[in-house]
Design a protein around this ligand. Structure first.
Ligand SMILES: *[C@@H]1O[C@H](CO)[C@@H](O)[C@H](O)[C@H]1NC(C)=O
Ligand SMILES: *[C@@H]1O[C@H](CO)[C@@H](O)[C@H](O)[C@H]1NC(C)=O
Ligand SMILES: *[C@@H]1O[C@H](CO)[C@@H](O)[C@H](O)[C@H]1NC(C)=O
Ligand SMILES: *[C@@H]1O[C@H](CO)[C@@H](O)[C@H](O)[C@H]1NC(C)=O
Length: 219
């Protein structure tokens, strides 16, 4: 009996605290932000909704005034108003006002379109760069400005599946080359997750060459 009581109280405490947390985890959505700001602070440029790093939950305030964070930074509350670098999935290319957002404002591109892979993860102020996965025979539809990598917010980074002639393989520079001409020296960096021999065509591709080009699928 006593045990049932314990379990019950425990259960209610857990669900109740989850409920509170779920509420506190969210700042108002963009359309609600100004409404909430007026409601709470009277002047919207005083309103902040920021992560409290000590409690790991979002807190609303009216008292910090209007502050500006450098590019690459967002505001948090850590005892006082403080700033932190953007996390790995967002970037902040311009200065951020404290009344605008609790996060760095721009989501990084995913580079997850067909045939795309990540070229670089970007920085706190820059987006990711993508490339096409030549290992699976994907090539840029339109050659990007930088040659080897592509900026998804600036240009079209789409890839298509190119079929090379028999005994030819796609290099990191996106050219079909006969295996006897495979130099192992390229302008564009190789994708590092596979051990491709420096001399001679990749083993895997030599295997694939025995089948009819164009019918094998991406791995
Ligand atoms: C909001 O601010 C204005 C101007 O300072 C003031 O007249 C008004 O009473 C305030 N309203 C509330 C609800 O505090
Ligand atoms: C934040 O403050 C700026 C500068 O005063 C103002 O232009 C902007 O409308 C404010 N944004 C919000 C959401 O209140
Ligand atoms: C990008 O970040 C992911 C996750 O941290 C990591 O697995 C990957 O290797 C990184 N890619 C590059 C090109 O740095
Ligand atoms: C290898 O490269 C040379 C020089 O570019 C070219 O003349 C030759 O036709 C190539 N060989 C094959 C088999 O493609």
């Amino acid at each position: 009996m006593a045990c049932w009581y314990c379990l019950c109280v425990g259960f209610f405490r857990i669900t109740f605290s989850l409920f509170i947390q779920a509420y506190k985890l969210n700042c108002p959505s963009l359309p609600q932000w100004k409404v909430r700001g007026y409601g709470l602070c009277n002047i919207t440029l005083q309103y902040t909704c920021l992560l409290n790093t000590n409690e790991n939950e979002y807190n609303e305030h009216c008292g910090f005034g209007l502050n500006v964070a450098e590019p690459g930074y967002k505001f948090v509350i850590s005892g006082r108003l403080d700033s932190r670098r953007c996390g790995p999935d967002r970037f902040q290319p311009f200065s951020l006002l404290s009344n605008i957002s609790s996060r760095c404002v721009t989501h990084k591109s995913q580079c997850n379109g067909e045939g795309q892979v990540v070229y670089s993860n970007g920085t706190t102020t820059n987006d990711r760069a993508c490339r096409c996965n030549y290992i699976n025979n994907f090539v840029f539809i339109k050659k990007p400005k930088a040659g080897c990598n592509c900026e998804p917010t600036q240009e079209d980074c789409s890839c298509y599946h190119r079929v090379c002639p028999v005994d030819h393989f796609l290099t990191p520079d996106y050219q079909c080359v006969h295996f006897s001409n495979w130099t192992g020296v390229f302008q564009c960096p190789e994708i590092q997750n596979e051990k491709i021999p420096k001399n001679g065509a990749p083993d895997r591709n030599i295997c694939l060459a025995k089948s009819v080009p164009g019918i094998y699928k991406r791995i």
